[in-house]
Design a protein around this ligand. Sequence first.
Ligand SMILES: *[C@@H]1O[C@H](CO)[C@@H](O)[C@H](O)[C@H]1NC(C)=O
Ligand SMILES: *[C@@H]1O[C@H](CO)[C@@H](O)[C@H](O)[C@H]1NC(C)=O
Ligand SMILES: *[C@@H]1O[C@H](CO)[C@@H](O)[C@H](O)[C@H]1NC(C)=O
Ligand SMILES: *[C@@H]1O[C@H](CO)[C@@H](O)[C@H](O)[C@H]1NC(C)=O
Length: 349
Amino acid sequence: MCIMKLNKRVVIAIVGLLAPLVQCHHHGCPPFHGGNVVINAYQLYPENMDWDPKLCQAYISILYNASIGVYNPYTNSLTSLSFPGQSFSSQFHIAGVAWDKYTSLISVIVTQGSAFRTLGRNVRGDNWLNRYDPIGRKFLWSANLTTVSRNRYGGFNDLVHDKDGNIWICGSFPGTLLRVDRSGRKIVEWYVPEVINTTIFGFTGIALAGKTLLVVDESTGSVLKFDTRKKGNPVPLAVTPEMTVERSDAMRLPDKYEGKVLLITDHDRGVLVLRSKDGWKTAEYLGLVPSDPTLPPGALTAAVSQIGQRICMVPNWFFDSKVPAGGLAGNRSTFYLVDITGQVDELLK
Ligand SMILES: *[C@@H]1O[C@H](CO)[C@@H](O)[C@H](O)[C@H]1NC(C)=O
Ligand SMILES: *[C@@H]1O[C@H](CO)[C@@H](O)[C@H](O)[C@H]1NC(C)=O
Ligand SMILES: *[C@@H]1O[C@H](CO)[C@@H](O)[C@H](O)[C@H]1NC(C)=O
Ligand SMILES: *[C@@H]1O[C@H](CO)[C@@H](O)[C@H](O)[C@H]1NC(C)=O
């Protein structure tokens, strides 16, 4: 609710007339208490996360099971969604998951695990974009991205939605962009470098600001911009002071900050905080929210997500050894959401 500094009688008089015009931030979801959270879930290994402010739940990419966790932060409970023919196969990993604010649907990338295991030496195999309706609880479609990539590049990693219904996907080996239409039938190569060298570790995270796609590029440690209106080569985002991402993964422009604050995960270091006051023509690097040193050893910062009105950092233990005899993942059962809202807000002051 917004707080209006007016007396009660005036408020009553104007609310009925002006309510639709008054700019309030109405948050449909109850406040999430904040603070660090422990999620007890065997083999959760979260690769990405996104918040659904309609259903007040988060979606978690369960990396090695190739399934999606539907997480209720108020009760700290998790259910999972699996994809027939894709989940629970060592071939597939779940990379990006994103809630689409224009349709209230979710989109999920099911990618080849081997592309990441071999750091791009082997990008062969099917990759999928799945569309799911969390309100109706039904799968809508699955698009085979390999019909377009034809094993020339791979490592599809993260995605973002635009208001025209397109789904933009970035690939890591090397940096590429695909645009998929709302039906999943039309897949366009938006950016593929002229010379394709799959062992160049490229784009790992993507966000959309107006008509500008922001992409974090592992090979240069920088943020690149693409225009969604016309194809072209990327332009570096000018950032002051200069910053370098060492081992990038996901990236978010949380709605909480109205698209003005970009959060980039850096595996060993934490979350880099950037702000733009000119619609991402330029940006300021405000600083780093460091990884939580009290986490069990081996934690790497995989994702960052808004949950309610809080911002949470999502650690993963990518280097756990797999459970012997065919286990898809390690044996860990304790995972964490690290609330960094206070630290981000401190940098924004
Ligand atoms: C992952 O899959 C294993 C079975 O292979 C299952 O026991 C476990 O509960 C799953 N983890 C999650 C978080 O869904
Ligand atoms: C996905 O597309 C690739 C490339 O066209 C094809 O080889 C593969 O069979 C397709 N996968 C399925 C399950 O149809
Ligand atoms: C491909 O990229 C890798 C990593 O940057 C580099 O070592 C290798 O020389 C490149 N290969 C070719 C053929 O350019
Ligand atoms: C979990 O895996 C680790 C590393 O492989 C191993 O040392 C540990 O004994 C395992 N724990 C259990 C309870 O199986």
